[in-house]
Structure formats: structure tokens, C-alpha cells
Design a protein around this ligand. Structure first.
Ligand code: PMP
Length: 379
């Protein structure tokens, strides 16, 4: 129950374990082409350009940053935790002049504060983290997309902890890039960087004055490959992660079979019910308000008197694996529980029980069954 890698569907794992084909085998070309087509449906970006490139989520961030920034470009980074800070560092490497609007821990940056910056009229690009995995804070992408359009600023959504879990309607909301990695709500083992790019962002890249400063990331190398696979033609730039792409085709198929609206609603129900159970145990959360709380993971704060090391040790004797804190300034004050992808009600019930038992072992008692009652009531 960590926030990635998540547990994967057996059908996805079977694709991982199948014999590795050539990257130009007809069956693989079909898998790649289908995966690109399905990405447009999952991202809800019918005219977007999808990219599937071997690497992690950080590479997806790097690809977006490298292709859209030129030295001296002004970028606004809206930060709600650890991964916002990472984006600021990354963009500076490409010579961007970065301004960071940093939320207080567990909070969000107000739209007013974002608009005041964008009104200055000097920004080319804005990045924000849809769900920051270090704080479990959820940011509403829709009004940020609107501001981007209003002020002619490209918007990049870091969706590593949100795509295929939290609601995203990329094209309608005017988000220029929505990027993720395979190991979270997409439901494929780690190793794929996935992006869907708007026409406006591709145009900005085409009009660059300087070469892309990262050879591997350059869309000039990858766009012909994505186009060839979609046209069901063989091509080569760098050898694709054949088994991961085969697994991606299976997982995207499962996601679309569930239906995007059903999937978003299921994640919302799961998140809400799990938070209700955590609250019934008397624990606070890192997100300062319920409306900022993500549905893909939860970040409960330890109650007074519970030592992180003792709690995590007690948890390790249950069958449930959770993650410790990540944001350096509050690292020892909270833990994290992922609940995205295939997670079902039984998993959630087991997790709630394991947390309750482990807290009790550390001296924090709550009414037995109170958490499960709150969970079932919410469900
Ligand atoms: N952004 C967010 C919001 C993340 O949660 C992560 C990974 N936890 C990343 C970026 C980086 O992804 P990766 O670890 O795959 O490089």
C-alpha cells in the first residue's frame, strides 16, 4: 500500500513475462501503436501528441522541461511539496529563470497569487504538481489551465501520482503537458515515462531558436518514432522497453474497460473512506483541508506519543506495507498510504486494521472498530 510502485494486475505481469520480441516485430508495432492511441483516451486529449519513452517520472519531467525551455525563459513553478522543488532545480539546468510559488506545508498556492505572477506577462511556462506524493496535497488543474490560456502561458501538470487516478480532462482544461510514469495509477512496473503534449506546446517546441539541450529527451528524435508506431511502421531511435510497452497496452486496456469516470469516482470513494477511517482513529493529515486531500494516497500524521520507528516496526509485522514521510521538514511526523490502481475494499479494510493494531502497539488506542465503522459508513 505504498504510493508506487503499486501492485499490478496479473494480466499486466503476464505481458511483462512474455518472450521479448524485436522492437520492429509486427505484434510489438501494434502494441505500441495501440498504447499511444489509448493514452489519448486515458488523458482525455484527443488531439494531443503522446510519447512513450523508457525512463522514470523524473525523465518525463525532464523531457517536458528540456523541450520547452530555452536559456533565459521565465518559468513559474507552483510547489506543493518535494516534487515542485525538484522541478525548479531541473528547469534551472536548462537556463530557465525560475520563480517558485511555494505553498505552506499541506496547503496550496492560491489562484490569486498565481494570477498576480502571470499578469506580469513575462512567463513562458508554468509547472504544478497535481498530487504531490510528499504531502498528499491535490491541486485543482482546471482553473490553472484556464489561467494559462488567459495569459498565453504553457502549463505542465506533473501527474506522476495522479494520471489514471485523479480526474484529468487534459484538452478541455487547457493543460499543455500532462506527464506521468508507469508505476502508479497507470498500473505497469517502473520504467516508462509517459507524456501527452498539446498542439500549442508542440508548436512552441517547433519554433525554438536553440537546440534542445538534452539529446535523449529531444522530441526531434522521438516524434518520428511515435508517428511511425501510430502508422504501424517500423522505426528506431533508442530500443524501446519492449515488455513494459506490452504491459502498458494491457493496463491501458483495463483502465479504459473500467471507464475513466468510473475510475475517477472509485478513487474518490476510496480516498474519502480511507480518510474517514484515519480521522476516526484520531489522526490528523498533512493536507490542511479535506478539499486539498488527494484520492491516490493519504498522509496521516502520527498522534502524540507515537514514535515513527516503533509504528513502522509494528506495521512490518502485519501484511501491509506503508511508506514513511518524505518531505524533509516534517519527515518524522507522518506516514503515507497509497490507494491507487487495483486497490479494492478488502485491501483498504486490511490496511485500516493493520494501522489500528500498530497504533495500539505504540500506545495509541481508539475505540475498537471505530475506524472500520467510519470506513463502511463512508463507503
Ligand atoms: N512527481 C511526482 C508527483 C512523484 O510522485 C514522483 C515519484 N514518486 C516523481 C515525480 C518522480 O518519479 P520517478 O520516481 O518515477 O522518477
Amino acid at each position: 500500500m505504498i504510493p508506487g510502485p503499486i501492485e499490478f494486475d496479473p494480466a499486466v505481469m503476464r505481458a511483462m513475462g512474455a518472450p521479448t520480441t524485436s522492437h520492429v516485430a509486427p505484434s510489438f508495432i501494434e502494441s505500441f501503436g495501440r498504447s499511444l492511441e489509448m493514452m489519448r483516451e486515458v488523458w482525455m486529449a484527443p488531439s494531443g501528441q503522446p510519447f512513450i519513452i523508457a525512463g522514470t517520472g523524473t525523465l518525463a519531467m525532464d523531457i517536458a522541461g528540456a523541450n520547452l525551455t530555452e536559456p533565459g525563459d521565465k518559468v513559474l513553478v507552483v510547489s506543493t511539496g518535494y516534487f515542485g522543488e525538484r522541478y525548479a532545480d531541473l528547469l534551472k539546468r536548462y537556463g530557465a529563470e525560475v520563480t517558485v510559488l511555494k505553498a505552506e506545508t499541506g496547503g496550496i498556492v492560491s489562484l490569486e497569487a498565481i494570477e498576480i505572477e502571470l499578469k506580469k506577462g513575462t512567463y513562458k511556462l508554468l509547472t504544478f504538481t497535481h498530487v504531490d506524493t510528499s504531502t498528499a496535497v491535490l491541486v485543482d488543474p482546471k482553473p490553472i489551465g484556464e489561467l494559462g490560456k488567459k495569459y498565453g502561458v504553457l502549463t505542465i501538470l506533473d501527474g506522476v501520482c495522479s494520471v489514471a487516478g485523479e480526474r484529468i480532462i487534459q484538452e478541455e482544461w487547457g493543460i499543455d503537458i500532462a506527464l506521468t510514469a508507469s508505476q502508479k495509477a497507470i498500473g505497469v512496473p517502473p520504467g516508462l515515462a509517459l507524456l501527452v503534449v498539446s498542439k500549442r506546446a508542440m508548436e512552441t517546441w517547433r519554433n525554438r531558436k536553440t537546440p534542445v539541450a538534452n539529446y535523449y529527451a529531444d522530441w526531434g528524435n522521438w516524434l518520428p518514432i511515435m508517428e511511425a508506431y501510430e502508422q504501424r511502421k517500423p522505426s528506431y531511435f533508442g530500443t524501446p522497453a519492449v515488455n513494459l510497452v506490452a504491459a502498458l497496452e494491457v493496463s491501458l486496456g483495463l483502465i479504459l474497460k473500467e471507464g475513466m469516470e468510473n475510475r475517477f469516482n472509485r478513487h474518490e470513494r476510496t480516498g474519502r473512506a480511507f480518510r474517514a477511517a484515519i480521522a476516526a482513529m484520531g489522526l490528523g493529515m498533512v493536507p490542511l483541508k479535506e478539499e486539498y486531500a488527494a484520492n491516490t494516497l493519504t498522509a496521516p500524521r502520527y498522534p502524540a506519543g507515537v514514535e515513527p520507528a516503533a509504528f513502522l516496526k509494528a506495521m512490518s509485522s502485519t501484511d501491509v506495507i506503508v511508506a514513511g514521510g518524505l518531505l524533509p521538514e516534517i519527515k518524522n511526523e507522518y506516514f503515507r498510504v497509497g490507494h491507487m490502481g487495483q486497490v479494492n475494499r478488502s485491501d483498504i479494510v486490511s490496511t485500516v486494521c493493520a494501522v489500528e493494531v500498530s497504533l495500539a502497539a505504540c500506545g495509541h488506542r481508539c475505540g475498537p472498530g471505530a475506524a472500520i465503522s467510519a470506513l463502511m459508513e463512508s463507503y
